[in-house]
Design a protein around this ligand. Structure first.
Ligand code: PLP
Length: 357
């Protein structure tokens, strides 16, 4: 039986990424040395770094004037690196959930933070709209996809100040107009690579404007000047990222990912909306294409553990919802094939047959 991993992260990656990275760990670039033991400054690894950066630029259509960086520290490090580098007086944040909150909390260490809107009143089940972004803010921070609550901003916002986006869980899932952003960051461990590398896309001219001193390692300019090689970069995750990017390109790029992601999400949300045992937890227009959250309808509450077991017997793993939402969360990142989503839908239908009177 085929097994499918619906984990929110670390999560499923393309088979090509696993296989090619495994091969390179045993024998990198026909050197007979492992990828783990070659110098990050070797010609062979420099070619990997260059290709990964080039594929980022090509697949996301990144305009000139932006740099692509591969750093350590996870998206969580960016929660402090962003304000360290960009917040002089005031920053604006959109509060759409746990990760947005964590980012906001760090920014408060550096200056005034305005929470322009929040969906906390409804357990972050929607994306706030109709708010004002202060024109005197140094930047406006959003979390484009809320991995825990299953909501997503489906469009690139117009903003009077640079937009900074945490795209940890939706990068490469849809086309993005990069020119509308000052900075985009994310942990790689959802749509890109194993944990250990953090990507940053930064518009060069937004840097260098704060008056505070920035520690060398936390200054984006250090990493731009050194091509993400100021210190030893996470070579294995970067190699894996390059393989995932090659895979995305071979499948037709981000437009093709977006098309299939919409089909996968529609298949699952349609089942959630029509199956009497389940219901969605988010505002329909804000539903995430990547993390699908759902619970049991009141008549069937209490059967959650049974469904999780039932699904496992059918090859469906890691669908337990986050404790802040409960129920179920199916993460259907780029590498999840539509067959996996269909298997989950079949399990939901079969389970309903066992309990609906
Ligand atoms: N931001 C979002 C949207 C996330 O989903 C996560 C992790 O799941 C993080 C930030 C934290 O990422 P990291 O563990 O790389 O610090």
């Amino acid at each position: 039986m085929k097994k499918y991993n619906f984990s929110p992260g670390p999560s499923i990656l393309p088979q090509q990424t696993y296989e090619e990275t495994a091969k390179a760990i045993l024998n990198f670039d026909n050197t007979s040395f492992s990828l783990m033991e070659v110098s990050h400054r070797s010609k062979g690894f420099q070619a990997v770094m260059d290709e990964a950066v080039e594929l980022f630029k090509e697949l996301l259509d990144i305009p000139s004037g932006y740099s692509v960086l591969f750093l350590g520290g996870g998206a969580s490090m960016q929660f402090c690196m962003v304000p360290f580098n960009l917040l002089e007086k005031k920053a604006a944040y959109l509060n759409t959930g746990t990760w947005a909150n964590k980012a906001l909390k760090e920014a408060k260490l550096f200056g005034e933070v305005v929470e322009v809107a929040s969906s906390k009143d409804a357990n972050y089940s929607y994306i706030p709209k109709n708010y004002q972004i202060p024109t005197d803010a140094d930047y406006f921070h959003i979390t484009s996809n809320n991995t825990i609550f299953g909501t997503e901003l489906h469009t690139d916002l117009d903003s009077p100040v640079p937009v900074v986006a945490d795209m940890s869980s939706d990068i490469f899932s849809r086309p993005v107009d990069i020119s509308k952003y000052g900075l985009i960051y994310g942990g790689a461990q959802k749509n890109l690579a194993p944990a250990g590398v953090t990507f940053v896309i930064v518009k060069d001219d937004i840097l260098g404007k704060v008056t505070r001193k920035i520690p060398t390692m936390l200054d984006y300019r250090t990493h731009i000047e050194n091509g993400s090689m100021f210190n030893t970069p996470p070579v294995v995750p970067i190699y894996a990222a390059m393989q995932t990017l090659r895979w995305i390109k071979s499948k037709g790029g981000v437009d093709a990912m977006y098309k299939i992601n919409k089909e996968k999400a529609a298949l699952l949300y349609n089942e959630i909306d029509t199956n009497p045992v389940f219901r969605g937890t988010c505002a329909i227009e804000d539903r995430s294409l990547m993390n699908v959250c759902f619970v049991m309808t009141p008549d069937y509450e209490g059967n959650e553990a049974d469904f999780i077991e039932f699904a496992k017997e059918r090859g469906i793993y890691e669908i337990k919802g986050h404790r802040s939402v409960g129920g179920f969360r199916a993460s259907i990142y780029n590498a999840m094939p539509i067959e996996g989503v269909q298997a989950l839908v079949n399990a939901m239908q079969d389970f309903a047959k066992t309990i609906v009177k």
